[in-house]
Design a protein around this ligand. Structure first.
Ligand SMILES: *Cc1c(COP(=O)(O)O)cnc(C)c1O
Length: 366
């Protein structure tokens, strides 16, 4: 069976050495040595400041909303945030969970990121934030979004779960927005088993979030505000440090897999139009087929041959009932109905890729 993705497992002996250190120190959580080390190394690797490690990428979003005053903490404000329907459900469900109504705006048909004009059209007096997604690691139109946010006094929180290591105009893409969040789930490019991070623009927001992720506790006998538990632990950090050590090899192998697809793909497939100033991370290989019927047929034939290509992102989130969407999102709905993500991971063999592409060609042409 060829899965759509495989967790990257770093050198086992190295992980054991980190675990030995954890046993020696007998310190397992609460901002331990390895969490501090990973924080520093990630800030240096990504070229960012004000990075806060948390226990997963969904809590990263929720803490970012809270720290930036987007959440409905008064329970009667009915705030809204404008976001994309073409993403993993957590982008929108995390808003709803925080009492914020996700208001969907449609995506650009080529980049598959939120279209700035549609954002502006969706603004109401209740809008507090824009939550765009750098989907599949592509850069949103960050300049236009910044302008809209300034004009209407809105917070911007980028769900950058796919954008680990991505650069835009030579700098980290994660520097854009009041905050950008990462997921370090096992299936992501860089991972800690489960985990995540928030990169804040301002230090004071980072400091507020630091208190929030530890119950609002600020000292042995002081609880300053309402908090929750969203701390990363030492075992997670140990895994992260090991994966980070092997990032270059991992990226090179993925790029090779990515290029092999790019060079031998059947004709007439639509690929994501990436910004030309983007330094990409080769995390995903999404392709869009001619019709939903063809998409379903390709996915089924691949599955019969032991290959799992996922319909991702499908369905478009305005159709998910518990999110209470108000309006149709025709572009997102259309792309979602015709997209498959092809298997991509560091040790995917050229032979496996050739089989995948042969099957696709047979279905498309036959
Ligand atoms: C993975 C992912 C998340 C959720 O992250 P978890 O670490 O699994 O909680 C959120 N948004 C997007 C776009 C994702 O791909």
């Amino acid at each position: 069976m060829i899965p759509v993705t495989k967790p990257y497992l770093p050198n086992r002996d190295k992980l054991k050495a980190y675990i030995d250190g954890i046993y020696d120190r007998q310190w397992l959580s609460n901002n331990g040595q390895l969490v501090q080390e990973l924080t520093q190394r990630l800030e240096a690797y990504l070229g960012v400041e004000n990075l806060l490690l948390v226990s997963n990428g969904t809590l990263a979003l929720q803490i970012a909303y809270r720290a930036l005053g987007v959440s409905d903490t008064d329970r009667n404000q009915k705030p809204e945030a404008i976001t994309t329907p073409f993403t993993f459900v957590a982008t929108a469900s995390s808003l709803k969970w925080e009492g914020v109504q996700p208001v969907f705006a449609d995506i650009d048909p080529n980049t598959w990121c939120l279209a700035p004009d549609n954002i502006e059209a969706a603004i109401t007096p209740n809008t507090r934030a824009i939550v765009p997604v750098h989907v599949f690691g592509n850069a949103c139109d960050v300049e236009a979004i910044d302008e809209i946010a300034q004009k209407h006094n809105l917070k911007v929180i980028y769900d950058a779960a796919h954008a680990f290591g991505v650069t835009y105009k030579g700098e980290s893409l994660l520097k854009h927005g009041d905050a950008a969040t990462l997921s370090f789930h096992a299936t992501k490019l860089f991972h800690t088993g489960e985990g995540g991070a928030i990169i804040f623009k301002r230090k004071e927001d980072l400091e507020r979030a630091k208190k929030m992720i530890n119950f609002g506790i600020t000292g042995p006998e002081s609880i300053e505000e309402l908090g929750i538990n969203a701390k990363m632990n030492e075992i997670q950090a140990a895994m992260g440090l090991c994966v980070l050590d092997e990032m270059e090899e991992n990226l090179q192998a993925r790029e090779q897999v990515w290029q092999r697809y790019q060079q031998a793909l059947p004709a007439n497939l639509q690929l994501q139009a990436r910004h030309e100033a983007l330094g990409y991370n080769y995390a995903y290989f999404p392709v869009v087929f001619e019709s939903e019927e063809q998409t379903v047929r390709v996915a089924a034939t691949l599955k019969e041959n032991g290959v799992l290509a996922r319909r991702y992102f499908y369905p478009s989130l305005e159709s998910v009932e518990c999110l209470d969407a108000q309006a149709a999102q025709p572009v997102s709905k259309d792309i979602a109905s015709r997209i498959l993500c092809l298997p991509i991971y560091a040790d995917l063999s050229a032979d496996s890729q050739n089989i995948i592409m042969e099957i696709m060609k047979e279905v498309i042409n036959g």
